[in-house]
Design a protein around this ligand. Structure first.
Ligand code: DHB
Length: 386
């Protein structure tokens, strides 16, 4: 089957790319080894930058995020037992929207299918070949039958466990591992706070987020080797109370119905392309979750990539495609810096000395005390315009 673009991976990057290309009259096939139910049921991040919401609304997939997304105009940083508000509306005129990633995916899948889009869920043995030449191929197995796609261009949107990245021969992998993980829970409870709380405590970081008026999302810094079994409900609540409760804040407990451990790393693959293959989203880069940037970066990548592909198909002009890495990377590194900065400011390093802990408090004090400091944090959190 001949097609214009073969897209490996039906996550935020792959589905949004397929949607944006369709709007420019370019047809694609999206492949994923997961089933539709798995994709739509996997709990991930929940914060959309204003840019991401605008992109969804402008391209006709924003009805539900507008209705159901919760717009937040600030966050609270907690340290030393007190809250310090970062007022996004006042500092930047912008905000963020709490709307979980799997809801974005549901919206994109529904729209692609309504538009006659071709998404193959639950395929196996996906192999991309020939990206160096003029005739790339994607082989895969669907319902026991081997099939072949002949795309002009290939997008590797297959997430952090990507196989397409391995096809970029001379690449630099910039990698940083952190000596901790996040323990994430979903609980049936009313919100503990009107806004997200990022708390720095001697026992480690905690984050209070939300999913709806009745479901709350919370995270605790834990050891990277910790397992779900080591954390009873009582232990989770007692740690959350210890790390967050204090002047102006008290966590509301409730039945916990989901527990998971998230690994922490920073990663950038450079270049993000080779021949006719272009990586987008987590296949090209991973950020630690502290800055809430992962899904937003994936959407920003494909915004750039869809325009470059449009120029290629409209005029056989490769200039923008050749410049894809150079165009996308500055935003990626800004998000890497921000995510690393938030992480380092709020987490407890296992070997932190008294000097380190006091320096960290002084940094938080400097950032929250000055309008310039708060503005720097707010501008990065709400995201630079696309
Ligand atoms: C959520 C996740 C994040 O990584 C973050 O920084 C804020 C919120 C969330 O899942 O709600």
């Amino acid at each position: 089957m001949r097609i214009q673009v073969g897209i490996v991976g039906a996550g935020p990057a792959g589905l949004m790319l397929s949607h944006l290309l369709h709007q420019r009259g370019i047809e694609s096939v999206v492949l994923d080894t997961r089933t539709r139910a798995e994709i739509e049921g996997t709990i991930r991040a929940g914060v959309l930058e204003q840019n991401s919401v605008d992109l969804m609304v402008e391209t006709g997939v924003g009805d539900r995020v507008k209705q159901q997304g919760m717009v937040h105009h600030g966050i609270e940083l907690r340290f030393g037992g007190r809250g310090h508000r970062i007022d996004f509306a006042d500092l930047t005129g912008r905000g963020v929207t709490i709307y979980p990633q799997h809801e974005v995916l549901k919206d994109l899948i529904a729209r692609r299918l309504a538009d006659g889009g071709d998404i193959r869920f639950g395929v196996s043995d996906v192999e991309v070949e020939g990206i160096d030449g003029d005739a790339p191929m994607i082989r895969f197995t669907e319902d026991g039958t081997e099939r072949v796609l002949h795309p002009d261009l290939v997008a590797g949107c297959d997430g952090s466990r990507t196989r397409t990245r391995g096809l970029i021969p001379a690449r630099q992998d910039h990698f940083r591992q952190y000596p901790f993980a996040w323990f994430g829970i979903l609980a049936e409870a009313p919100p503990s706070s009107d806004e997200l709380i990022y708390a720095r405590h001697e026992n480690g970081f905690a984050l209070i987020s939300t999913r709806s008026p009745t479901v709350q999302r919370m995270y605790l810094q834990v050891d990277p080797d910790d397992t779900v079994e080591q954390w009873s409900d009582d232990r989770i609540w007692s740690e959350l109370h210890a790390r967050v409760d204090g002047e102006g804040a008290r966590i509301v407990d409730g039945p916990i119905f989901s527990k998971s451990v998230l690994q922490f790393r920073s990663f950038v693959c450079e270049p993000m392309q080779h021949g006719r293959l272009f990586l987008a989203g987590d296949a090209a880069h991973t950020v630690p979750p502290t800055g809430a940037k992962g899904m937003n970066l994936a959407l920003a990548d494909v915004h750039v990539l869809s325009r470059a592909m449009d120029r290629y198909f409209a005029a056989r002009d490769r200039t923008a495609l050749d410049a894809y890495t150079a165009t996308a990377l500055p935003r990626v590194w800004r998000a890497q810096h921000f995510s690393w900065w938030m992480t380092s400011m709020l987490h407890r390093m296992p070997e932190a000395s008294g000097f380190d802990l006091n320096r960290q408090l002084a940094e938080l004090d400097a950032v929250t005390r000055s309008r310039a400091g708060r503005t720097l944090l707010a501008e990065n959190y709400v995201g630079m315009p696309l």
